[in-house]
Design a protein around this ligand. Sequence first.
Ligand SMILES: [Ca+2]
Ligand SMILES: [Ca+2]
Length: 199
Amino acid sequence: MKTISLFLILISLHSPIWTQDVLLTIGDAHHGLNRLEINMVSTQTIYGFQFGLEGLNLLYGEYAFDNQGVFISIDLDNNLIMGFGFEYFILPGSGTLCNIYLGEGEDAAVCLRDPLFIGLGGVPLDTQLGDCTFVDFAPTILPGDANQDDALNVLDLVIIINLILSGEALTPIEQYISDFNNDGTVDVLDIVDIVASII
Ligand SMILES: [Ca+2]
Ligand SMILES: [Ca+2]
């Protein structure tokens, strides 16, 4: 009888841990890049996820947990991050789930909200969120500052011209920095505007 009682006590002590499948927390903030790590500890296989962010506006995100073909999609209107894979899923583990980039270089209290993590058979997993975090992103990226040395000069022009001439798809951060006039494309107009602001 004593053994059973002790067993029940142990269950009650540990049950909060047993029922939690996923813990999602705000990780390190990277100044200059306006990048915020979102970290995860998961005991379950995850087949898709979404969560919201409050405090700062999302710009884009990149999956960081492993290289198993999981895509990140951002709902800019609702400040939601979604992750899914057509053939792959996220194995249990811990680490940075994704990096998210924020458009405004302001200080703000950032909170995670409304997590929905999907497990085997489409069943929602029990997901807990970490505390809100005060994030200081100042100073932000200087538009056109391709080498991120906080100065805009001919060195940045050379980098951006080479990016344009390469014909390769730009990474989100390259796109963000190089689109000097913020019209959604990186082209000679950005070069002209950067030259005008340097001289
Ligand atoms: Ca520079
Ligand atoms: Ca542009």
